[in-house]
Design a protein around this ligand. Structure first.
Ligand code: FUM
Length: 585
C-alpha cells in the first residue's frame, strides 16, 4: 500500500520551545517548514517550566558567563561536553534579549531591567555564593515563552500540523534521513513527510516513571524513533528527580520558591539542607537536594503520618510576594491539596523531572553517531530529546529553557546550511513507510488475548520507580533489568480493542507506550553498567565518582541492546578546560 506524500524543505517534530525556536529560524530563512505536534503548540510541555531561564546579565549583582559555564560544568558532575556548555552559556544573554524582543513579558526591576532570581547551583565567583541568574515571568516562564515563539512563527508563516504524531524516521540506503512517517490523529491517515531535513524536538520521556512532573505527552517519541532507526541514545541512565514535586500529585512546585527564600523542613522541623550543603543550602544542585530529602525520609525524619515527604515552607515570604512572584504554585497547591502556601507549608517529594540523556548531537544540533561522532546527514535534534551534552549527569534548573532556545536556533542554522547544498530532497527509498505500516498492522491484528496498554504501562512505571530511582544498587538494577525485559516481551503482544480510524486515542497511546518502553529499557540497561556515582546516578554500592573509568558518555543501541562509550569533550571553544574537582555546595 503506498502512502500519500507531503513535501517540505524541513520538518520539525515537536511544537515546544526548541521546535518553535528552530522552526522560526527556518521559516524566517524562507524554508518551507512544517511543525508536527501532538498537541496545540502552546500546550506543549514547555508550558510547565516555571521558575526561569538562566542568563548572566548580572542585573542585580555581578555575574558573567564564565561563572555560568563553571556552574554548569560542575552541576553536570564533569560529564558535560565543555564546547557545548561554553556555546550555551556565552549565548544566554543574547538568547534572552531575543525572547524579550519577541514580546516575552519578563518581570522587571524598578530600573526596568529583567528581574532575576537565584536558582539551585547557580553561583557567583566560581561557586562562592548563590547569584541571581534566572530571568523569570513570575512562575510561568515556559508558558510565556511558548506564546511569544508561537506568535513569531505565525508571522513567519510556519506550517503547523496539529494533533499529528510522527511514527518513524525514514533513512535511505546511505543512512541519510529523508523524512518521517506521521499519523494524522483526526482521520487515522498515515502520511510520508518527505523533506530535505528532519529536526526532532520531541521533548522528554518522564512518563517512564510512576511519579513525574512531566505531561502525559512526554513519551519519548523522538528517542523511540531514533532507536528503531538503528541510531543510539546517549547518557540515558541519568534522570533528574526534582526536589519539589507536589506530594501525591507529582506536579512541579518550582525551585523558584527556594530562589525567593522558601526552604525545606524535615519532620523534626529542622532546616536540614544546612547539614548537606552548608554554603548553598536549599539552593544546592537538584541531585544533592533530592538525595538529602530521600535520606531524611529513609531515616525516619519525614513528615506526615507515613513520614514519606518533607515540607516546603514559604509563608514567611508573605502573600504579596507569593502572589506577585509565585502565583502559579499557590494555585496548584490549593487546587491539588487544598493547602494555601500563604498559611501552610507545601508537602513535597523528589519527583522524576528531566532526562539528561537523549539523541546525541554536537552543539550545532547535528545528530551524531558512535564514538567517532559521525554526522547523520539530514537529521537534527534540539531540546530535551537531544543530548548536546550540556547537562551531563545533572542539569541545573533554568538551563533547560536556555537549552531549548540556544540549541533550537543553532540546529535551525545548521539545517539552513545543509539545505542550501541540496537542489532537491534526496529521493525516498522504495520501501518508505513499509516499516511503519508493518508496526501498525501488528497492532491491528494482535490477538484479543494480548496484553492491554494500561497494564504493561503501569508495570513499566512501577518497575522504573522501584529500580531506577534516586538511589540505585547493583541488586536493584539487576532485578530491574530482568523485570523491564519481561515487560518488553509482554508488550510484543499489545492489543487494542478500538480499531476505529477517527481520533483513536487507544492507538495513539499504544504507539506512545512503545516509544516510552524503549527509553525505559535503555535507562535500566545503561544504569546497570555504570558502577560509580555521578550527578543524578547515585549508586549506594559505588558512592564515589570514578573519573578514570567513567568520565565517558554511554551510547545505547536497541537492536542488539548494546552499550558503547565515548569520550567527554574536554576542549571548550575559547576558554581553558575546567578540570574535574570535588563537587561541594
Ligand atoms: O523548578 C523549576 O522551575 C523548574 C525549572 C527547570 O527545570 O529548569
Amino acid at each position: 500500500m503506498s502512502l500519500p506524500i507531503l513535501k517540505f524543505d524541513a520538518v520539525v517534530v515537536g511544537g515546544g520551545g526548541a521546535g518553535l525556536r528552530a522552526a522560526l529560524q527556518l521559516s524566517e530563512a524562507g524554508l518551507k517548514t512544517v511543525v508536527l505536534s501532538k498537541v496545540f503548540p502552546t500546550r506543549s510541555h514547555t508550558a510547565a517550566a516555571q521558575g526561569g531561564i538562566s542568563a548572566s546579565f548580572g542585573n542585580s549583582e555581578e555575574d558573567n558567563w564564565h561563572w555560568h559555564m563553571y556552574d554548569t560544568v560542575k552541576g553536570a558532575d564533569w560529564l558535560g561536553d565543555q564546547d557545548s556548555i561554553e556555546f550555551m552559556c556565552k549565548q544566554a544573554t543574547d538568547a534572552v534579549s531575543e525572547l524579550e524582543h519577541y514580546g516575552m513579558p519578563f518581570d522587571r526591576l524598578e530600573n526596568g531591567k529583567i528581574y532575576q532570581r537565584p536558582f539551585g547551583g547557580h553561583m557567583a565567583d566560581f561557586g562562592k555564593k548563590p547569584v541571581r541568574r534566572a530571568c523569570a515571568v513570575a512562575d510561568r516562564t515556559g508558558h510565556a515563552m511558548l506564546h511569544a515563539l508561537y506568535q513569531r512563527n505565525v508571522k513567519a508563516q510556519t506550517h503547523f500540523f496539529v494533533e499529528w504524531m510522527a511514527l518513524d524516521l525514514i533513512r535511505d540506503a546511505a543512512g541519510d534521513v529523508v523524512g518521517v512517517t506521521a499519523l494524522e490523529m483526526e482521520t487515522g491517515q498515515v502520511y510520508i513527510i518527505h523533506a530535505k531535513a528532519v529536526l526532532f524536538a520531541t521533548g522528554g520521556a518522564g512518563r517512564i516513571y510512576q511519579a513525574s512532573t512531566n505531561a502525559f505527552i512526554n513519551t519519548g517519541d523522538g528517542l523511540g524513533m531514533t532507536l528503531r532507526a538503528g541510531l543510539p541514545v546517549e547518557d540515558i541512565e541519568f534522570w533528574q528527580f526534582h526536589p519539589t514535586g507536589l506530594y501525591g500529585a507529582g506536579v512541579l512546585i518550582t525551585e523558584g520558591v527556594r530562589g525567593e527564600g522558601g526552604y525545606l523542613l524535615n519532620g523534626d522541623g529542622e532546616r536540614f539542607m544546612e547539614r548537606y550543603a552548608p554554603t548553598a543550602k536549599d539552593l544546592a544542585s537538584r541531585d544533592v537536594v533530592s538525595r538529602a530529602m530521600q535520606i531524611e525520609i529513609n531515616e525516619g525524619r519525614g513528615c506526615g503520618a507515613n513520614k514519606d515527604h518533607v515540607l516546603l515552607k514559604l509563608d514567611h515570604l508573605g502573600a504579596e510576594v507569593i502572589d506577585q512572584r509565585l502565583p502559579g504554585i499557590r494555585e496548584i497547591s490549593i487546587q491539588f491539596l487544598g493547602i494555601d502556601p500563604v498559611k501552610q507549608p507545601i508537602p513535597v517529594v523528589p519527583t522524576a523531572h528531566y532526562m539528561m540523556g537523549g539523541i546525541p548531537t554536537n552543539y550545532r544540533g547535528e545528530v551524531i553517531c558512535g564514538a567517532s561522532e559521525t554526522i547523520v546527514k539530514g537529521f537534527y535534534a534540539a531540546g530535551e530529546c537531544a543530548c548536546a551534552s550540556v547537562h551531563g549527569a545533572n542539569r541545573l534548573g533554568t538551563n533547560s529553557l536556555l537549552d531549548l532556545v540556544v540549541f533550537g536556533k543553532s540546529a535551525g542554522n545548521s539545517v539552513i546550511e545543509f539545505v542550501k547544498t541540496l537542489a532537491e530532497a534526496k529521493p525516498l527509498p522504495e520501501n518508505a513507510g513499509e516499516f511503519t505500516l508493518a508496526r501498525l498492522a501488528k497492532l491491528e491484528t494482535a490477538a484479543a488475548s494480548g496484553v492491554k496498554v494500561a497494564e504493561v504501562r503501569n508495570a513499566m512505571q512501577v518497575c522504573m520507580q522501584q529500580h531506577a530511582s534516586v538511589f540505585r544498587t547493583q541488586d536493584v538494577l539487576d532485578d530491574g533489568v530482568e523485570k523491564i525485559l519481561a515487560i518488553y516481551n509482554q508488550a510484543q503482544n499489545l492489543y487494542i480493542n478500538d480499531k476505529s480510524k477517527v481520533f483513536n486515542t487507544a492507538r495513539v497511546e499504544a504507539l506512545e507506550f512503545l516509544n516510552t518502553l524503549e527509553v525505559a529499557v535503555a535507562t535500566m540497561l545503561a544504569a546497570r553498567e555504570r558502577t560509580e556515582s555521578r550527578g543524578a546516578h547515585a549508586r549506594v554500592d559505588y558512592p564515589d565518582r570514578n573519573d578514570e573509568k567513567w568520565m565517558k558518555h554511554s551510547l545505547y543501541y536497541s537492536a542488539e541492546r548494546r552499550l558503547e562509550y565515548k569520550d567527554v569533550h574536554t576542549k571548550p571553544l575559547s576558554v581553558d578546560y575546567m578540570p574535574p574537582a570535588k563537587r561541594v555546595y
